[in-house]
Design a protein. Structure first.
Length: 170
């Protein structure tokens, strides 16, 4: 008797949801399989200006070689922003962001680097974890507004300039 009731319940559920699913598909909506092929995906319209706004930060006026990307995720989106700064402006910029703690200095690349969900290689840059002479840390987690976290890495390119890497979850 118990199996008959369960089977009847399954048939009733199918009969009730089948027409709804068919109407949903007929209305031009993509199926779950179609949507998963789109996500995660890179947003081709992302620019340094749009990404910095989503990160709630202002890039410095002396920033050069600015690169940005946004990756649409299943629940959260990944944001990347990278630029170079003249050496005299780096510490002031980092202080302006008010990191949770003083940035950690790492002199050697990390031995094993997992590929992040939002890799800087998408911007044609090496991952900060794979580089020597990097200061890194969390700016905020959780952050205010729609931003969940924001991390920074500063890689000294030479005596004149450094590259700033910012990675956020939005």
């Amino acid at each position: 008797m118990k199996r008959v009731v369960l089977a009847a319940g399954a048939v009733a559920a199918f009969c009730l949801t089948g027409p709804v699913l068919a109407a949903y598909s007929a209305a031009g909506e993509s199926s779950a399989a179609d949507r998963t092929s789109e996500v995660p995906g890179w947003d081709d319209s992302a620019t340094p200006v749009t990404v910095s706004r989503q990160m709630n930060i202002d890039p410095p006026s002396k920033a050069a070689d600015e690169r940005a990307a946004r990756q649409n995720g299943f629940q959260d989106d990944g944001l990347l922003l990278a630029f170079t700064l003249p050496a005299p402006g780096v510490n002031g910029y980092v202080e302006q962001l008010r990191p949770e703690r003083e940035l950690r200095q790492r002199d050697e690349p990390r031995e094993s680097v997992a590929t992040p969900m939002t890799p800087f290689s998408h911007l044609g840059l090496p991952e900060p974890e794979s580089l020597p002479d990097v200061r890194e840390g969390q700016v905020c987690a959780p952050c205010g507004g729609d931003l969940n976290s924001l991390a920074i890495a500063v890689h000294r390119l030479d005596d004149r300039e450094s590259r700033i890497y910012l990675r956020a979850v939005h």
